[in-house]
Design a protein around this ligand. Structure first.
Ligand code: CA
Length: 654
């Protein structure tokens, strides 16, 4: 996530230092007001509705009931004090269909806020909704998750709900374009009859679809009441953490529609053999000064600098204080809600390096109890926030974060060059000196040798990628850094970049459209760019079906050969050996039935040199082509000659 949103200035919702006798910043506050119950928010039945709020510093608290998403209050109900800083209200009878907010008195200040535990909301998420949310379950729910034998078998495809289907040439029903249901649609066809949307993704052979944030995000980014064409946003500006975004539903005014339709999308993915990862944003809120959290318990939920202003490691104006027990609880409960109510298969943590380690481990432990095949991955960047780096869930702490994967930016930058210096090339388009970065990716980011080592303890902790939603697409970066290259040469560089990702140890991630060399016309940060920049261009996909087939062959190669998916660092150190090759290439073998591979030995050569390369093959038997045959100029007597800019894989069968 690399988003810079404009934010309004500071506002006070009550003095955090003076309320309730204890400073919210003190450890004593955490001890006295630690509520562990699982009933925060609404517990609804036809007979009664019970609402519990955690707001220790409030001197009075009310539930304001509304009979609509807009208009004046229907009734205001006094809450009574409960245990550990909570407030309780029991409403007898059936309150389905009503909306509510909280109103709290903090010091001299009255604040009205949305329930942080809201599971359903009205349009734009300004009021929470009371009702039986099981009514939003689609038929045959919960869906059956596709099997996943090991996290190493994962191939992730990262996509934005709207991008996937908004293109008029997508062939997706017009009323569903840009919506959850558009991506759930079956049998869609684009130019030349190519499969589009979910059909296209399933056809590639990837195992997981990773959705950019689908939780409710700010009205300032996308107003759910407005025409859908009027604004675009990636959605990294959270408003309600446990509710789907309304603009992706066919009816944002119906609190159940967005829930039902996201579940329909997840079920559709599962039916197509695809697991689903949600991109979750728990590092900051849209507005740290005006968020509901800040109104309910001023000072508690965010990190502050010594001068009293908000910590801003996120670059979005605030950092959530995930290390505080009740913030941690909110995040853990929220993840568990998505995992159970929505039956999802993984979570990608935006700016995970801002979250504290203990919170991430707590999430891993609780998910292991539920379903250990649920993947956790995150951006473990080492960042500045008002919490010591050693306490944060970043790359430097990977050794104590087992079962949590982190993005390998070293590999990404080695492949295509520095993302922030457009003109600088990477390994595939000219930078020989980047070959060691490639080797650090090939080995899954583990400690392979003194010089070839990154953050990972085990290969399942590394996400390899050449591009994602952030920064230039690989195509745009290659175009900017090698302007003299022909279209054909650029395509060869691009294919080599994808080939490196899909043959490396660890977990590969593809950016939607990478298989047809997606371009955003040189836009580096498209978080609010129009559809014309962000949409998946199905005509380009149709024109580049050769490239799509190449990607499918890469994925099939990875799936057919467990040697590319070794489970432990020891196996990698034991079976992977780098081989002699020209300076602008990387060559290695995966020896001796690595990972119980069907081939005895594999030989992999990435030649990034513009002209052909000749290598002497290790004398391990008779080498035969396995992949990239059309790029082999000569294979004879232990010598291999390949064309410029390509990947070739050979095998010794047995
Ligand atoms: Ca929203």
């Amino acid at each position: 996530m690399a988003v810079q949103q404009e934010k309004p200035g500071k506002i006070d919702y009550g003095d955090a230092r003076l309320t309730a006798g204890l400073s919210v910043f003190s450890g004593a506050f955490d001890a006295v007001y630690h509520y562990e119950g699982d009933d925060l928010g609404v517990v609804y039945t036809k007979e009664r509705t019970v609402i519990r709020l955690w707001a220790p510093t409030a001197s009075e608290a009310y539930v304001v009931l509304y009979d609509s998403w807009r208009g004046q209050p229907f009734r205001t109900c006094n809450m009574s004090r409960g245990e550990h800083g909570t407030w309780l209200l029991q409403l007898d009878g059936d309150w389905a269909g009503f909306y509510y907010t909280y109103k709290v008195l903090v010091g001299e200040q009255w604040n009205e806020a949305v329930d942080p535990y809201a599971k359903a909301v009205g349009v734009n998420g300004d009021r929470a909704y009371i009702g039986d949310l099981r009514a939003a379950d689609p038929d045959a729910w919960p869906s059956q998750k596709p099997p996943l034998a090991s996290p190493h078998d994962t191939v992730i495809y990262e996509i934005h709900v709207r991008d996937a289907t908004i293109d008029p040439e997508s062939g997706i029903s017009e009323r569903w374009r840009g919506k959850f249901l558009g991506l759930a649609e079956r049998g869609t066809r684009g130019p030349n009859g190519i499969p589009t949307g979910l059909d296209h993704i399933a056809d590639l052979g990837v195992t997981h679809v990773q959705l950019l944030p689908v939780a409710d995000y700010s009205t300032q980014s996308v107003d759910e009441t407005a025409r859908p064409q009027s604004a675009y946003n990636w959605g990294y500006d959270p408003k309600n953490l446990q509710v789907p975004e309304g603009s992706y539903s066919t009816d944002p005014y119906d609190p159940l529609a967005r829930i039902r339709e996201l579940k329909q999308l997840i079920a559709a993915c599962h039916e197509r053999g695809l697991r689903v990862i949600l991109d979750v944003v728990y590092n900051h809120m849209y507005d740290g000064y005006r968020a509901s959290l800040a109104k309910l318990v001023p000072g508690y939920y965010f990190r502050y600098k010594n001068d009293g202003t908000l910590s801003d490691g996120s670059g979005c104006g605030n950092d959530l204080a995930t290390e505080r027990p009740m913030v941690r609880k909110l995040i853990v409960d929220s993840v568990l809600h998505w995992a159970t109510a929505y039956n999802v298969d993984g979570f990608r943590f935006d700016l995970m390096g801002l979250l504290d380690r203990e919170t991430m481990l707590d999430i891993r432990n609780k998910l292991d109890e539920l379903d250990p095949s649920i993947l956790l991955l995150g951006e473990g960047w080492i960042m500045d926030t008002e919490l010591p780096r050693s306490m944060c869930a970043n790359q430097a702490q990977a050794a104590v974060l087992p079962g949590i994967a982190q993005f390998n930016d070293c590999m990404r930058d080695a492949i295509k060059g520095d993302p922030f210096e457009p003109a600088k090339p990477g390994f595939v388009n000219g930078a020989k000196e980047r070959r060691e970065g490639i080797m650090k990716g090939v080995t899954g980011g583990i400690s392979y040798s003194e010089s070839i080592r990154l953050f990972a303890k085990e290969p399942s902790q590394t996400i390899n990628y050449a591009e994602c939603h952030d920064n230039y697409t690989m195509w745009d970066k290659l175009t900017l850094s090698t302007p003299e290259a022909t279209e054909e040469t650029l395509a060869r560089m691009h294919r080599l970049g994808s080939a490196i990702v899909l043959t490396s140890q660890g977990i590969p991630l593809l950016h939607a459209g990478q298989e047809f060399m997606r371009t955003k016309n040189g836009v580096e940060n498209s978080y609010k760019s129009p559809d014309a920049i962000n949409r998946l261009d199905w005509r380009r996909c149709a024109e580049r079906q050769e490239d799509v087939r190449y990607m499918k062959r890469l994925i099939a190669l990875r799936k057919a050969h467990p040697a590319f998916r070794l489970h432990t660092a020891d196996e990698i150190r034991g079976h992977l050996r780098f081989e002699a090759c020209p300076p602008h290439a990387v060559a290695y073998t995966l020896r001796d039935y690595a990972g119980d591979d069907p081939s005895r030995h594999l030989y992999i050569l990435y030649n990034a040199g513009e002209s052909h390369a000749t290598v002497a093959l290790p004398a391990l038997g008779e080498w035969r082509p396995l992949f990239g045959q059309s790029d082999i100029e000569k294979l004879h007597a232990g010598q291999l000659t390949v064309r410029g800019i390509c990947m070739v894989v050979l095998e010794v069968a047995d």
